[in-house]
Design a protein around this ligand. Structure first.
Ligand code: PMP
Length: 324
């Protein structure tokens, strides 16, 4: 669909996957005025196809749109765009084996042919889909995470809480740095003091303590409000863990790992699901969480979340929406 200042949204249609026609002067290519979402469609054992909390993605996309001076797409149009694509691509939704799903990527960008720094008067919206397996090639093997004290993902007043391409562009060099230190992922600290945990390049971060608390950074404005993050907090509470959303100082976390007070850590997101963190590395040293293997509670939370998504566990919270 296309939005213009004069006409609003028009022209929603299903078209075969293929290259876009775009002017070399399209504003998005120069100024990065672009946002996106990430969601999944899951096939259940009876053949039906479902998605997980899509209204959360719709609302987050609206918040991202506002921050990037893009037009709002009504929630019902967002949901209908996803439903229509999955209905058309239904044969591509994989059988419910392992971690397979159909990954869905709604995105919106400034398509006006215009060089100059102002909000685009023409905006395009698309949804594409791709069958997906496990996010990490090693599956649920615990991650080695590099803590960068050089680069920040987002600053106060910036776009950290929006899901815009620029945030990911700014994370790539730090990710390369992480890989050069033998790590799977990079963890960002807050941009002001470089002391508090923000998030990984595409996942929120959690810690579980010996006394059954589950800790995660509070929504400071510089981290993404993950749909998985909020769902994990609810599932954890159902299991008797006490959720604590707070400022998590890396030095405190390192101390609590060494003292055995933090017994498990994990990262979570739509693509990565729930993935244990086995070790942190930084310029200052290395910290192994527990014995470095996948934590029991982490694996139980993961089993519960994927169980709901694939229809193996009752959908107690009413999180699933049927698509086909
Ligand atoms: N943080 C960042 C930076 C992300 O890109 C993602 C993935 N969308 C997340 C957290 C997790 O969000 P969600 O659970 O909604 O996928």
């Amino acid at each position: 669909a296309r939005w213009t200042v004069e006409e609003g949204w028009t022209g929603a249609e299903l078209v075969p996957f293929g290259p876009l026609q775009l002017s070399p002067a399209a504003a998005v290519l120069h100024y990065g005025q672009e946002i996106f979402e990430g969601m999944k469609a899951f096939r259940h054992a009876d053949g039906s196809v479902w998605t997980f909390r899509p209204e959360q993605n719709a609302r987050r996309m609206m918040r991202s749109a506002r921050r990037l001076a893009l037009p709002e797409l009504p929630e019902r149009d967002f949901l209908e765009s996803v439903r229509a694509l999955v209905a058309a691509d239904e044969p591509w939704v994989p059988q419910p084996e392992g971690e397979t799903s159909l990954y869905l990527r709604p995105f919106m960008f400034a398509s006006e042919e215009f060089l100059g720094v102002r909000a685009s008067h023409t905006v395009d919206y698309y949804v594409i889909a791709s069958p997906a397996g496990a996010y990490f090639p090693r599956g649920v093997q615990p991650l080695v995470v590099w803590v960068t004290d050089t680069y920040a993902r987002a600053g106060a007043g910036g776009t950290g809480a929006a899901k815009c391409g620029g945030n990911y562009a700014s994370s790539l060099l730090a990710k390369n740095e992480a890989v050069s230190h033998g790590a799977d992922e990079v963890m960002f600290l807050d941009s002001e003091t470089h002391t508090a945990i923000d998030e990984l390049s595409g996942m929120n971060v959690f810690a579980i303590t010996r006394d059954d608390r589950i800790l995660t950074p509070r929504l400071s404005g510089s981290i993404l409000e993950g749909v998985t993050r909020e769902s994990v907090l609810r599932i954890a509470q159902d299991r008797g863990l006490q959720p604590v959303e707070t400022t998590l100082l890396m030095s405190e976390v390192a101390h609590q790992i060494s003292a055995g007070e933090i017994t498990e850590m994990f990262a979570c997101g739509t693509a990565a699901v729930i993935t244990p963190i086995g070790e942190f590395r930084s310029q200052d040293g290395t910290w192994t969480i527990g014995d470095g293997s996948s934590g029991q509670t982490t694996l139980a939370l993961r089993e519960e979340l994927t169980g709901i998504q694939y229809g193996r566990v009752p959908d107690r919270h009413g999180w699933l929406t049927r698509l086909v």
